[in-house]
Design a protein around this ligand. Structure first.
Ligand SMILES: N[C@@H](CCC[C@H](N)C(=O)O)C(=O)O
Length: 268
């Protein structure tokens, strides 16, 4: 099947966006993996599929590079808002999001975070603000669900952490029945966090919007920070705001790189 796509990125977290609002685009895990493949496909961290919605302007489906379909993607939400333009209500598996395109990027209302252990989800009950668990030097993380699941470690020196090695161990730990996105954060100031993310199903990425949201929320809950604050990822900064009990607001860039056409047969 011939299809059109947009290559986009948010701070280097890159996407293949297929607008299937008019013509359906049947995707399975193997096709998503093939499109995302950086050697044999188009290449991306996530494949984003736009479909019609009943109670929103559109539905956004998210497939990680490993083919798994997931609930939320902050950077893709900004890209979709920038692509569609104006104010847009986006239905996702993680909830209804409201976004508005703004000067080279977008503002997104990412909804409210969850902290209950079975809503993360974790395999068994524990405190999610300071979890009594650890993996080598990484210990006592926080867990936050912002539509998708995140675990956040605060460390004194981000450069001392080998996230490429520890990320997959933690992602696949039985404590996380739906696997987990692994965030390692260094507080630079009460309004500035440096962050690296091992993404579930995609590995190390240049940026993770939901990771920035989850980390900002965890830092505020722990009394380490107050919003609004800047989260600087390898690909650049995002601005996140949250007050306890409220909704998470994210602001950041969205870039359209090129548009193209391809044939699904090429990726199977
Ligand atoms: N890059 C994203 C998150 C994509 C989904 C994530 N890997 C998951 O499996 O939950 C972002 O910008 O939030």
């Amino acid at each position: 099947m011939r299809f059109a796509f947009h290559k986009m990125h948010g701070l280097g977290n890159d996407f293949v966006v297929v607008d299937a609002r008019v013509t359906a685009f049947p995707v399975d895990a193997a096709l998503a993996r093939g499109i995302a493949d950086r050697h044999r496909g188009i290449g991306c961290d996530q494949l984003i599929l736009l479909e019609p919605a009943r109670d929103a302007d559109l539905t956004m489906r998210i497939f990680n590079a490993d083919g798994s379909e997931v609930e939320a993607c902050g950077n893709a939400t900004r890209c979709v808002a920038a692509l569609v333009g104006g104010d847009v209500a986006i239905a996702t598996a993680g909830g209804l999001l409201h976004a508005s395109a703004a000067g080279g990027g977008a503002n997104v209302d990412m909804g409210g975070p969850r902290f209950d252990w079975d809503g993360i989800p974790l395999a068994y009950a524990m405190d999610t603000l300071t979890m009594p668990v650890g993996w080598e030097g990484l210990a006592q993380p926080a867990a936050v669900n912002v539509g998708n699941p995140h675990v956040i470690f605060f460390v004194p020196d981000l450069d001392a952490v080998d996230l490429a090695r520890l990320g997959p161990l933690i992602e696949h730990d039985p404590l996380f029945p739906q696997r987990i996105n692994v965030n390692v954060a260094q507080m630079l100031a009460p309004d500035h966090i440096r962050l690296a993310v091992w993404e579930r199903g995609a590995g190390l990425t240049r940026a993770c919007g939901t990771g920035a949201c989850a980390t900002a929320v965890a830092a505020i809950r722990r009394g380490l920070a107050s919003g609004p604050l800047t989260v600087t990822l390898p690909g650049g900064p995002l601005v996140i705001d949250w007050v306890p009990g409220g909704r998470i607001l994210m602001r950041g860039p969205a870039t359209h790189v090129f548009s193209g056409e391809a044939d699904t047969d090429a990726f199977r």
